[in-house]
Design a protein around this ligand. Sequence first.
Ligand SMILES: Nc1ncnc2c1ncn2[C@@H]1O[C@H](COP(=O)(O)OP(=O)(O)O)[C@@H](O)[C@H]1O
Ligand SMILES: [Mg+2]
Length: 199
Amino acid sequence: MEGLIDRSGEGLKRIQGIVKDLRDFARLDSGGLCEIDPNDCLRSTVNIIAGRAEQQGVEVALDLAPLPPITCDPGKVNQVLLNLLTNALDACPDGGKITLRTRAVAGGVEIHVIDTGHGIDPAIRDKVFDPFFTTKPVGKGTGLGLSISYGIVREHGGEIAVESVPGQGTRFTVSLPSAPRGAVPPPNRAIPMSKYKRT
Ligand SMILES: Nc1ncnc2c1ncn2[C@@H]1O[C@H](COP(=O)(O)OP(=O)(O)O)[C@@H](O)[C@H]1O
Ligand SMILES: [Mg+2]
């Protein structure tokens, strides 16, 4: 009986953690611009895909540099990161490695999603951001992930770029400015995802 109660307690803690991750990720309590640390966005997105990565035998490595806070819509930025991570996992069906790297750059931040997957054929490289372009089977791919991500990044005044070597892997680079043009940065400093203040 004691063992059962202990294990139930552990189970409940895990559920609590999963619900917190999902809330952080979906920003259920948010909407609109606020100031965040992009590394927090990456960490909560990684938690969402960790189970699938483990199932596929894909190692997810974090190489996160200290970043200045950025003003963005965190729910949308999380959506971009989830799209890129899901694509990276799709490209590594038989295991591999995904590296998430962040760097502070002049005027903002750079986020790299690097995979050791099958890569992108140069013949279709220019099409991957097109709406409904997909190389995945019906029911798996919608072809909307990258076009939506492109829209979100542009809305934030940022850029998204891709480099790929077929058979070796792919790197997506998202550059985001400290604040979208015209956005009034909130007065508060960067605070944890769970405790941000709405602007
Ligand atoms: N990391 C990646 N490695 C290889 N190919 C990729 C990667 N990311 C995107 N692609 C290619 O770009 C296409 C479009 O991606 P996306 O817009 O997310 O749609 P979907 O994932 O539904 O196919 C994919 O079908 C795939 O061919
Ligand atoms: Mg996709």
